[in-house]
Write a protein that binds this ligand. Structure first.
Ligand code: AMP
Length: 207
């Protein structure tokens, strides 16, 4: 199964993707995570990506598409994957058509005010990647594995407003681009479990 997850920053794509991975035996590919890994390893791609990420802008297509295409080639993608954060523009979606076919596109729809609220409080486990929010979990270590939590450099109000602008301009048009394969789910009404149950039922119907 090959799935794309669409949604503004803080719509809950990461959490949803991790639930899907557990139940459907596919891998999650997050281009944001791939860039952050490159930054950590001090690669050329990482250096270039950081200059865009710090401003909340998109990393240029030629770098992003090549990185994604190489990732999809790997053996662990054979059973399927969920793309989280790619494509982020119609141009990337067109390029993706030449790389692979896609079975479904899920859009997580969350009001902008809620997104801004989530941004400031997000904390991530440095080891297992578990995501928390200070509004409901105000500790500095992960409840699951005990590792320290960290805040991403780009998780601040100034950058989130820029990222939301970029999303509206460049990524939101994908909702029309993928209209035939699109499943829209409200990401804020009844919490992540309810959201995931709706998506799970949809994906079971696809199998
Ligand atoms: P994310 O972790 O998905 O919120 O991505 C963090 C940042 O990485 C974005 O604000 C962009 O600067 C960059 N990025 C991630 N995915 C892409 C993509 N598909 N195209 C261009 N830039 C991306």
């Amino acid at each position: 199964m090959k799935i794309i997850l669409l949604g503004a920053p803080f719509s809950g794509k990461g959490t949803l993707a991790r639930n899907i991975v557990k139940d459907f035996d596919i891998v999650q590919i997050s281009t944001g995570d791939l860039f952050r890994e490159n930054i950590k390893n001090g690669t050329e791609v990482g250096k270039l990506a950081k200059s865009y990420m710090d401003k909340g802008e998109l990393v240029p297509d030629e770098v992003t598409i090549k990185m994604l295409a190489e990732r999809i080639e790997k053996d662990d993608c054979k059973k399927g994957f969920i793309l989280d954060g790619f494509p982020r523009s119609v141009n990337q979606a067109i390029a993706l058509k030449d790389i692979t076919d896609i079975d479904a596109v899920i859009e997580l729809d969350v009001p902008l005010d809620e997104i801004r609220r989530r941004c400031v409080g997000r904390r991530i486990c440095s080891k297992c990647g578990e995501i928390y929010n200070t509004s409901s979990y105000d500790k500095t270590i992960c409840a699951k594995c005990g590792s320290p939590l960290f805040q991403r450099d780009d998780d601040n109000l100034e950058t989130i407003n820029l990222r939301l602008e970029v999303y509206e301009k460049q990524t939101a048009p994908l909702i029309n681009f993928y209209a035939e394969k699109l499943f829209v789910v409200q990401g804020s009404e009844k919490g992540p479990e309810e959201t995931y149950n709706k998506v799970k039922n949809f994906l079971k119907g696809l199998k």
